[in-house]
Every structure is written in C-alpha cells, then in structure tokens.
Design a protein around this ligand. Structure first.
Ligand SMILES: *Cc1c(COP(=O)(O)O)cnc(C)c1O
Length: 396
C-alpha cells in the first residue's frame, strides 16, 4: 500500500475516534430474535427491523429450503439476460396485489430500488424535491441523476408548497419524494397533503415505505393504502429486508414504468437477480401477510408498540413525535446517548445509541423498535431496566 494512502486511512479513522463516531460492529451469536445473544451476552433486542418476527418463521424457512432443492442456490445471471426465474415473476405479481398497483419490479435491496426508480425518470431539465430527512439511499439515488434538486423542511408541506410555487413551469417533470415512516423519529409523512399539492402542481409522487411495509395499512400494505391514496399515488418503494424478514427491495408502480425500468434501471440491468431461496422466502412472507395469522402478527406488533411507548412516557422519558413501532428515547447530547445505550446493554437491553450528525446535536437518543415477537414479559423487563438506568443517569 502506498505510505500516503495508509496515512490517509489512519487519519480518517483517527478523526472518527476524536468525534466519538468510531464504533465496533455488534455480533449476533444466533438468530435475529426478541431475546438474543449479542457480543456474548443474552439481552432483550430492541434494535432490529424484524417487525413481525419473520426472520425465523417456520413457513419462511421451509420455503427457502424447498426453493434450494428445486432451483439451486443462485439465479446465475442478471434479470435481463437469463436470471429471471418463474418465481421472480410470481413474487412481483404478489407484491403488486399487496401494494394495489399494476406492477412491481424487485431489486437486490431497498437501497438499490431507489436508484432503480429514480434513474430512469429523472434527467436534465427535471426537478426532484426531497424531504430533508430522507434516507441515504434516496439521496444517493438522486445524486446519480442529472435532475435539479431542492429540499423541503421535514414533513413541512407549507415549505414544499413554497418550493413548488417558486419552481413552477421551470422544469419538464417534477418529482416529490419522501420516506413513508422516518427511521429516526418514527413519524409518518403527510402523504394526503403531498398528494394534493402534487395534483395541483402536476408533480409525480414517490414514497419509500421501507419502515411502513408490513407495518402500516391493511395487511401491512404501507402508507399509501393506510391513507387510501392508492388511486392517485404514483410510485412506492418497499423493502423485503425489514418486516418481510429476508432481503431485497421493490418499486411498485404502473406497468409502463416497470417496463421502462426493465430497460433503464441500472441496478436491474447490471446486478444479478436474487437467489431463488430469497425469492421463495419473500413469496411465503407476502402470502402470510394476507392471512389472519399475518394480520394477527401486525396487530400484536402494534399492541406491543403502544404498550411500550406509553410505559416509557409514564416513566417520564421523552419519546418525541413517534407514531409507529419506532420509538426514540431522546436524552440530549451525543455522549449521554451513547452512555445510556452502553448502560442499558450492561443491564440486559440492546437499544442502539444515535447521535449527531445522524440527528440534531441536542437530540441524541437511543432508538427502540418493538416487534410482534416480543412477549409482554420481555417488554416489562426492558422497561424495568430503562427505569433503573434512567434514574441512575438522572434522565428521569
Ligand atoms: C432500510 C431502508 C432502506 C434500505 O433497505 P434495504 O432493503 O435494507 O437495502 C431504504 N430506504 C429506507 C427509508 C430505509 O429505511
């Protein structure tokens, strides 16, 4: 390695350490579950996106194994050459029914799904207007296009309207894009007002429902259906990596847009299709969500979320503006948030500490996500630990 390069890497690491941003990866010693082994310690896990507990569901395990026996372990090519198997198309049909759209296109991840949707529709002469707290994969997806970009204040539709007014008539296509549920605060985007503004200004609407698919709306269909906007909303992104329990992402849209993405979406054209086991797992998950068992999992997750949020508030913690199973416990400066997370861990709860620059300087927090798989007793024990550590650190 050239010496100057080595020094550059070391200096970058040193800078992270000085800013308190350097961290080691936590290691799971077993399944992703509500109680699990993290770094050799048995703890209550409040940090996974495994909303419905599907990562270990018996039907999904069976589906993955059967697909390996029938199709092998890999797709063997990109979708556009010879990597499209019948089960890839079956999953896409099922996802379209799940999302109430004409079509869907599945990508390797939610991350690449954003680039797949944005690339083909935005170019020179177009404008994208993005919520300031949108996910990194939306931001990167936008950066890969030549469109002009503007940012509106988080969930502030008056500010969005101001941007739409000030840019009216200057661009060919205008796209408004937002997360459906924001991952740091657990708040929901105001899609009904966004849809109204989009109609008034003839803009295209896109929502990234990574934290809403399997969580909000009937059978977990997402924010668009939650708000009853399926007739007018244009594009939604979903992930298969969070509530669905496996990995992958998709774009739900019109059939015509799907066909355009088949020809132009670079992650679709230049990266290999999912292995059949992943696809079969996702089919089993989407089938499960349509059943009473699936709806019961969603209901249990919401019951758990409401219980946990209310009890945290009763203890005197600041849970911010959350409306979903993502509940932040806001404590202030970065060091305090990290110390809180460490103390919780020592006492038997894993809740990730999150601080500046991911959130505002004075809004350092631990973030909790409860799932359908948590038992009431897990949550009660976690609350006792929150209370104990919170008092010790004089947070409550
Ligand atoms: C997690 C997340 C993604 C990435 O999804 P993956 O399937 O993990 O790649 C994209 N967008 C948002 C809003 C997310 O929260």
């Amino acid at each position: 390695m050239p010496k100057a390069f080595d020094e550059f890497v070391q200096a970058q690491l040193q800078e992270l350490k000085e800013q308190g941003l350097y961290r080691k990866l936590r290691i799971l010693g077993g399944e992703q579950g509500p109680r699990t082994n993290i770094d050799g310690r048995e703890v209550i896990n409040l940090s996974s996106n495994n909303y419905l507990g599907l990562t270990t569901h018996p039907k999904l395990r069976e589906a993955a194994k059967a697909a390996i026996d029938r199709y092998g372990v890999g797709a063997g090519a990109v979708r556009t050459i010879i990597g499209t198997m019948d089960i890839h198309e079956e999953l896409e049909r099922k996802l379209a029914a799940f999302k109430h759209t004409e079509a869907t296109l599945v990508l390797q991840s939610g991350f690449t799904a954003n680039a797949a949707a944005l690339g083909p529709i935005l170019s020179d002469g177009d404008l994208v207007i993005s919520d300031e707290l949108n996910h990194a994969s939306i931001i990167d997806g936008i950066r890969l296009t030549k469109a002009a970009r503007k940012v509106y204040k988080h969930n502030d539709t008056d500010d969005l309207e101001r941007v739409l007014e000030s840019t009216r008539g200057q661009y060919r296509n205008t796209l408004i894009v937002t997360d459906g549920v924001f991952s740091m605060d657990g708040d929901i985007a105001p899609l009904p007002r966004i849809a109204e503004l989009a109609q008034a200004f003839e803009a295209i609407t896109m929502v990234d429902d990574a934290h809403a698919s399997g969580v909000l709306g009937p059978h977990g269909s997402g924010t668009v259906h939650h708000f009853g906007l399926e007739k007018i909303w244009n594009i939604s992104i979903g992930t298969l990596s969070k509530a669905i329990g496996a990995v992958g992402g998709y774009v739900a849209s019109s059939q015509a847009l799907r066909e355009l993405m088949e020809h132009r979406a670079r992650p679709f054209l230049f990266s290999t299709a999912h292995p059949p086991s992943v696809t079969a797992t996702c089919i089993a998950a989407i089938d499960l969500l349509q059943t009473d068992e699936g709806q019961a999992l969603i209901d249990r997750m919401w019951e758990n979320a409401r219980f946990f949020k209310q009890k945290l508030q009763e203890l005197g913690f600041n849970t911010g503006i959350s409306q979903t199973p993502i509940t932040p416990v806001i404590v202030g400066e970065a060091a305090k948030a990290m110390q809180f997370s460490d103390q919780l861990f020592t006492n038997g709860v894993f809740a990730q500490g999150i601080a500046f620059p991911t959130v505002a300087r004075d809004k350092g927090r631990v973030r909790t996500i409860v799932t359908a798989a948590h038992r009431r007793s897990d949550l009660e024990e976690a609350l006792n630990i929150f209370e104990h550590v919170g008092r010790e650190m004089r947070l409550i």
